[in-house]
Design a protein around this ligand. Structure first.
Ligand SMILES: Nc1ncnc2c1ncn2[C@@H]1O[C@H](COP(=O)(O)OP(=O)(O)O)[C@@H](O)[C@H]1O
Ligand SMILES: [Mg+2]
Length: 262
């Protein structure tokens, strides 16, 4: 019974900014262990939708349900208490601080005398990064400074932080934008780890090649509406690319290289 109730259900979500209709009656459900790829061009409304889910904005119209229960006056604190975490591409971490400090920043473990329990936080950092996230390189010495890590590894630290604090739904806003192919692969590996942990992910991107390998479902937002919502089982990458071109009002060019990951 409970498996049939989605973790999140957003119904008829509309958001106006003055005369701009950023979202126009949008419905979206996320299952409790779903990896959903949220695709769409710049200005489509992806970030606005996520800000509504994380309580930054209230919708102009529409309702949000969490495990079937309607959220009333949803706000940032409520979203955090429910375990909804956003990992932003740039603002995720303090570059001059160590890995363990970044993971526990604002939620430090203390001893019974109220001192920082550095030993415990270092141990937890190693456990989390090795066992949960699958880090292997020597780069995960917990005292290492985040600023010296690669872009993909930093995403891994930010995701580790979200996982440690028992999030149920992790929103990754453009986690692979600006990363090299190898670094992108790392981030995709981390997303698989989140799936293995039994959590849900919303993976926002405008790059279908990054999204397709790891997601269960693909949702395309176009001008404030959901243009399509497919389970990966029902649609091949080629078909998806075809429908994206159709949505954009183009036909698929003959020379489109679906193997490229740019
Ligand atoms: N705070 C705001 N005030 C006014 N317009 C906004 C605001 N936030 C977003 N918009 C507008 O809403 C539309 C959707 O934006 P956004 O959700 O950021 O799109 P995406 O994340 O898909 O690129 C855009 O037209 C954008 O200019
Ligand atoms: Mg955005």
């Amino acid at each position: 019974m409970t498996e049939n109730i989605p973790l999140v259900s957003m119904k008829g979500i509309t958001k106006n900014f003055g005369t701009i209709e950023a979202l126009r009656g949008l419905d979206l459900e996320i299952g409790s262990n779903d990896i959903v790829g949220l695709l769409g061009d710049n200005g489509a409304g992806k970030s606005t939708l996520m800000k509504i889910l994380t309580g930054v904005y209230l919708p102009s119209r529409g309702e949000i349900f969490w495990k079937g229960k309607k959220l009333v006056n949803h706000n940032v604190k409520m979203a955090r208490d429910l375990g909804i975490e956003t990992v932003f591409q740039d603002r995720a971490l303090c570059e001059q601080h160590s890995i363990w400090r970044n993971i526990f920043m604002g939620r430090e473990i203390t001893t019974k005398f109220g001192f920082l329990d550095v030993k415990k936080m270092r141990e937890e950092t190693i456990k989390l990064m090795k066992n949960t996230m699958g880090f292997t390189s020597a780069a995960i010495e917990p005292n290492n400074v985040v600023g010296f890590m690669s872009g993909g590894e930093r995403q891994g630290v930010a995701i580790s932080r979200a996982l440690y604090f028992n999030s149920n739904l992790i929103i990754l806003d453009e986690p692979t934008t600006g990363l090299s192919l190898a670094e992108t692969q790392k981030v995709l590996g981390f997303i698989k780890r989140i799936k293995n942990e039994g959590k849900a992910v919303i993976f926002i991107s405008h790059n279908i090649y990054h999204v397709y390998p790891v997601v269960d479902r693909i949702v395309l937002v176009d001008r404030g509406k959901i243009e399509y919502n497919y389970s990966k089982k029902e649609v091949s990458l080629e078909e998806l690319i075809g429908s994206m071109y159709t949505v954009a009002g183009h036909t698929v060019p003959d020379d489109v290289d679906i193997g490229a990951g740019g």
